[in-house]
Design a protein around this ligand. Structure first.
Ligand code: NAP
Ligand code: MG
Length: 479
């Protein structure tokens, strides 16, 4: 773990194993942090906040973030390799994630000096200001699907805001963030500003939420854990932001560009092995093109090169863990009872090791089926036919989630109508998944609340203080 600028073991001495999903081999052991370790990290973060970090200039914080971005670029190949060995994802995707993480730190480096307050006109002889201040120590709990990128999305804005941090990576994928921490000191980051605790959710994540000196919790992960966190945070009325999962609709009208549509349907749900919170896992297709669309998707899905992420030609790696592979396999069995199989449906042949599953397409899926309502978090597409625009919208919004959605059509009026009617925090037109660090990211409904990225991201780490300055020298004159 990385606490107060030093790599340390858990106080208990306990460790846990970290695996390569392609070989099932142990590639590292990490300290299994518990409440005592979280307390040490929180104490370091609190001391760093009041001991100087709070008073650093925005320029200084910005420069540190630029340096972190530079280090990620300089170490791109090494960090991408670690990311792929630890998460299973294709190396090309890891390289993209490293570039994206660098841009994220850079974006917030630039934003640090643009966190302005406001002067508010009031009827009295006074000047009233709203000023922004860092909340203090922030707790951040992140998932395993984009390990370094998810850390960047949370660390960038927290540091820009002037907060200090206790962050817990997922138990499956702590390595890339720990590797980056080696450079924090050289980037000018004082000890205690970013503390990394490794361990299991209940033992190491829950104490972050419960710690009285941690003022805010930012979480990305499952809806189940999101609910636990909100309940626990309620005891101290702690601010929380939750980025949870989804069951995002990817809607294809008959007038969309057929080739681009098929490509977009596959990309929407098979990128990163489908381990994506915004995965377009419900593919809604208009009746006129339905049969042809399912056939074309199935034919293309069968050509996806599955293999170890470290091999450059691989387009789909193994899932992150045996547990996740078993979860997804469970849904494949459920899907075979609920719908028809167009492609995949099992474990690919030819691998003696590795937590692989086949890119799978179910069709004739009823939107009420479990494979259309529950987040699978694997390479599983559920195709659902629809009649017309109203029918598409009815199906699209019939989900407890509301993270993302996409609509494909060449009719600009229809595109706008559907975009406005979709209940989702991110809506793409004629694309699915491009994620812009400058724009807001977050969900409606059970996909959570709060927004990451862009200037919205930094707001999550700021308090707003009203300051009233009386300009009238006379006494109030009331008594
Ligand atoms: P998860 O448990 O929600 O993991 C997310 C993070 O929360 C991890 O760091 C986890 O630690 C931590 N955590 C777990 N229990 C906690 C608790 N009681 N208090 C505080 N923190 C806690 O997700 P998962 O179990 O790895 O995956 C299960 C399912 O969640 C997936 O199949 C998928 O459907 C969904 N998921 C969604 C996203 C997303 O981005 N929306 C990301 C990941 C998973 P551990 O690593 O020790 O569990
Ligand atoms: Mg877990």
């Amino acid at each position: 773990m990385f606490i107060n600028g030093k790599f340390v073991n858990a106080k208990s001495g306990k460790t846990f194993d970290v695996f390569d999903p392609a070989t099932e081999q142990v590639i590292a052991t990490c300290p299994a942090g518990e409440a005592a370790d979280v307390a040490a990290a929180a104490a370091a973060a609190k001391a760093a906040f009041y001991g100087g970090w709070k008073a650093t200039s925005a320029q200084e914080r910005g420069r540190i973030l630029f340096k972190i971005a530079d280090r990620i670029r300089a170490r791109r190949d090494e960090l991408a390799r670690i990311e792929t060995l630890n998460s299973g994802k294709p190396i090309v995707e890891s390289e993209y994630d490293m570039d994206d993480s660098a841009v994220c730190f850079e974006y917030y480096g630039g934003l640090a000096t643009k966190i302005n307050g406001e002067v508010i006109p009031v009827p009295t002889n006074a000047m009233v200001m709203a000023v922004k201040e860092p909340m203090g120590v922030a707790g951040q709990i992140i998932p395993w699907n984009y390990p370094l990128a998810m850390a960047a999305w949370k660390l960038g804005p927290a540091i820009a805001a002037g907060c200090t941090v206790v962050i817990k990576p997922a138990e499956q994928t702590p390595l890339s963030l720990l590797a980056l921490a080696k450079d924090f000191e050289a980037c000018g980051l004082p000890p205690g500003v970013i503390n990394i605790v490794t361990g299991m959710g209940p033992e190491c994540g829950a104490p972050i939420v419960a710690h009285p000196d941690i003022r805010k919790i930012a979480f990305t992960g499952s809806a189940e854990v999101g609910k636990l966190i909100m309940r626990s945070a309620a005891d101290q009325l702690k601010r929380v932001s939750l980025e949870l999962g989804g069951k995002s609709p990817n809607i294809f009208f008959a007038d969309s560009d057929f080739e681009a549509a098929v490509d977009g349907a596959l990309f929407g749900v098979f990128i990163n092995q489908g381990e994506v919170c915004s995965a377009g896992s419900r593919v809604l297709v208009q009746q006129e093109i339905y049969k042809k669309f399912v056939d074309a998707c199935a034919a293309k899905a069968k050509t996806i090169k599955v293999g170890p992420g470290i091999e450059r030609e691989t387009k789909m790696g193994p899932l992150v863990s045996a547990e996740q592979r078993d979860r997804v396999k469970g849904y494949l069995d459920i899907g075979k009872k609920e719908a028809k199989v167009a492609a995949g449906g099992g474990v690919p042949k030819g691998f003696s090791k590795g937590w692989y599953v086949e890119p799978t397409i179910f069709y004739d899926v009823d939107n009420g089926a479990r494979i259309a309502q529950e987040e699978i978090f694997g390479p599983v597409m559920s195709v659902i036919p629809f009649k017309d625009e109203a029918h598409a919208l009815e199906i699209a919004n019939a989900t407890p989630y509301g993270l993302a959605a996409a609509v494909w059509t060449r009719d600009i009026f229809k595109a706008f109508r559907v975009t406005r009617a979709l209940e989702a925090g991110i809506v793409w037109v004629n694309h699915m998944q491009p994620t812009m660090l400058e724009a807001p990211w977050g969900g409606y409904k059970m996909s959570g609340f709060g927004r990451e990225l862009g200037h919205w991201g930094v707001e999550e780490y700021l308090e707003t203080k009203q300051i009233y300055i009386n300009l009238d020298e006379a006494p109030i004159g009331w008594y």
